[in-house]
Design a protein around this ligand. Sequence first.
Ligand code: ADP
Ligand code: MG
Length: 349
Amino acid sequence: MIKFENINKVFTQKKNTVNALQNINLEIETGDIFGIIGFSGAGKSTLLRTINALEKPTSGRVIVDGDDIYSLNAKELRAKRKTIGMIFQQFNLLETKTVYENVALPLKLKHTPKKEIEEKVNKILEFVELEDKKDVYPSKLSGGQKQRIGIARALATEPSILLSDEATSALDPKTTDSILALLKKINRELNITIVIVTHEMNVISSICNHVAVMEDGRIVEQGNVIDIFSEPQEEITKNFVKTVIQDEVPELLMKSVYEDKRNYKLLRLKFLSSDSTESVIAQVNKKFDIETNILFANISEIQERILGIHIVQIVGSDKEIARAEQYFTLHGVGYKELDGEEELLREVG
Ligand SMILES: Nc1ncnc2c1ncn2[C@@H]1O[C@H](COP(=O)(O)OP(=O)(O)O)[C@@H](O)[C@H]1O
Ligand SMILES: [Mg+2]
């Protein structure tokens, strides 16, 4: 487990002071893929770098698997750092060394016997699917291949934690997906805890289990990824969620709702399922004396589950609408009444 306790970080440059981290308290479970999201300057990298002592907090403690990082002596810290790998947006490969030499470097620094280095490096290169690039120099590689080498190098010392600082931010969407899939494989097959810093919400929805949202050096919201995506609380979180789950009720539909003189309710429905996509809405239509108009529907795959967000107008008597609501509850569909135009606009705008 990685535990941040009351972390503060102040940068002072001449007349300028920046409160880069303010009173951060956070726990990252072993085995997790934990995302930290925020805009540029939020303090994400600074926080990440406190884990492997690249950035010493002004106050507070960082505990990594039981060790208080900043009370270790130099020798203990060197040993600890070998259990923490790191990858970067700009890959940070040595251009004058081959792929093999780049990956072998951390093992060489550890004085690993040559034969053992050879075995390990070959195995890792196979794992990242670049064994055929062994003798190539980084300048001959694509961005995605470079990042695979960065990852291979980070894995060389067999870490238990992998830190990723915007590792996919310089890559195109397709390459991003393949790197994210590799990170997931690393988490699952090698049991490595991964902490991912990003400004892209699709990175979070693709592979993270938990997420913390940072703004101005603070964590403003955190939780399970599914919960955050289905019920974001803070304005900034809502905006990040919108970059993945686009929600917009067409003007024309809204207008027809406002002009509807019948008895109706506007509901925001949320459902989660891992298998069935059968629409509960179709069922309530059949079972009760109501009419439902779907104003907005979104289905996203998050953490290998389906998260559905629908906004519906249910027309009918209060009694029949109440029965439909009961049916939603019974079938695990969360609902919230949207009251009037203003709320609907806020919900979808
Ligand atoms: N070495 C440094 N010296 C001075 N200010 C810094 C330094 N590193 C980061 N900062 C400042 O701290 C804040 C947080 O930076 P950073 O952690 O890099 O944010 P993020 O990774 O979220 O973009 C920013 O205002 C940044 O300018
Ligand atoms: Mg950064």
